[in-house]
Design a protein around this ligand. Structure first.
Ligand code: CA
Length: 390
């Protein structure tokens, strides 16, 4: 396993002996404090040293907004230095001593549905006997706007949501804690450079806007979702919590993991056509209580991240620094590659269950990059009395 330059990703963390949230980059088993590193002699005269505002905000926001030339320059300067622990020891903290925080101010949040295998599996479960994919599915990346205010960093406990559900055979809904709490194994894309309202982002401009990749668990209450979802789609069955991994891995660090996506060979409207649409060869792993349940392959996705961004903005909707869009559940063609419990058909989450999603990717030197993990443990539902005023 290698971190490969800045391939371990950028994040924000509390570090022992240092005040406030710190912008950090992961190098192997260490988090390196960038405000401290930028002041060390080894980086004298670099852009990393000349732009302390990128590292002193307690958030990745200023660095995200700096744009691709700055991202590449910083990665080029940091990469060789991060390999030399003797030179950077004063700025490094073992990961075990680090408390990761949400590393950027999440703007808008969109969740797509870009896996053909997942959409087909769900279609078969929810609409048995019918064509599993809706007629629009191969023409546009289906998505919905989620709730950015409930996005939490890996490790945050997830309280079981309550809501309305319609039990089998019942003619009236009941209210209570969800009985079908599920996970969705996803990959997220973090926007750095904003676009202007009224000006769509073409597929070819994707790399100028999107900084990097994280892992996402789109927690889902299937019974609430099933009852509320017609005709406007996901609402309270999704909005209670979405977990993200702490490390944002720059897209340029994942160049060796690029793979063509399935939509490449299909007849698309011009704004979705790319010369060589690419996705990423990320090997995901879904564990519940330390048991590996599946290994979803991101390389099997139908839509590319550039196509998702182009579709999201084709009506003139703009993106902002910190916007997050996720791929939708990643499922491969075989039963041990599905990214949700409803597809596995083996029951849902109990209180106390711990869910961990990890990912790796091939690196340029033939080794394996570690994209880290997004984890969360299910906490019991709030009691009905909680929150009531006497
Ligand atoms: Ca989802």
């Amino acid at each position: 396993m290698t971190s490969g330059g800045c391939g371990g990703g950028f994040g924000v963390a509390m570090l022992p002996g240092r005040d406030g949230p710190r912008v950090v980059v992961r190098a192997g088993d260490f988090a390196v404090d960038l405000a401290t590193l930028a002041g060390l002699p080894v980086l004298a005269g670099t852009e990393v040293a000349r732009n302390p505002q990128w590292w002193q905000a307690g958030s990745l926001d200023p660095f995200l907004a700096a744009g691709r030339a700055a991202w590449q320059q910083a990665a080029g300067e940091l990469g060789p230095v991060l390999a030399d622990m003797d030179a950077i020891g004063a700025a490094a903290t073992p990961l075990a001593d680090v408390q990761s925080l949400l590393s950027f101010t999440v703007g808008d949040y969109v969740d797509f549905y870009a896996s053909e295998h997942h959409a087909t599996n769900l279609g078969r479960i929810l609409r048995p006997g019918q064509e599993p994919l809706p007629p629009n599915w191969r023409h546009l990346p289906i998505g919905y706007h989620g709730r950015s205010g409930t996005i939490v960093v890996s490790g945050t406990a997830i309280r079981r949501p309550s809501g309305q559900r319609l039990d089998e055979g019942a003619d009236r809904p009941v209210f209570g804690p969800t009985r079908r709490l599920d996970v969705e194994t996803e990959v997220g894309f973090v926007v750095g450079v904003p676009s202007r309202q009224g000006e769509p982002v073409p597929v070819g401009d994707f790399a100028e806007h999107v900084f990097g990749v994280c892992l996402v668990n789109d927690w889902s209450a299937r019974d609430i979702q099933a009852w509320e979802g017609q005709p406007l789609g996901p609402f309270l069955g999704k909005s209670f919590a979405t977990s993200v991994s702490p490390w944002i891995v720059p897209l340029d660090e994942l160049a060796a993991a690029r793979r063509p996506v399935t939509s490449a060979g299909t007849d698309l409207l011009p704004y979705l056509r790319e010369t060589e649409p690419w996705g990423l060869d990320l090997s995901l792993e879904l564990r519940v209580n330390d048991e590996v349940l599946s290994r979803p392959p991101y390389a099997t996705m139908f839509w590319s991240p550039a196509q998702m961004l182009a579709h999201m903005t084709v009506n003139g909707a703009s993106v902002r620094t910190g916007d997050l869009y996720a791929s939708g559940t990643v499922s491969g063609p075989s039963p041990d590659q599905v990214g949700s419990l409803i597809e596995l058909g083996r029951g849902f989450l109990d209180d106390g269950d711990e869910v961990v999603i990890r990912a790796t990717a091939p690196a340029a030197d033939g080794s394996t990059m570690d994209l880290g993990a997004v984890s969360g443990t299910v906490a019991p539902a709030a009691s009905p009395a909680a929150g009531r005023r006497g």
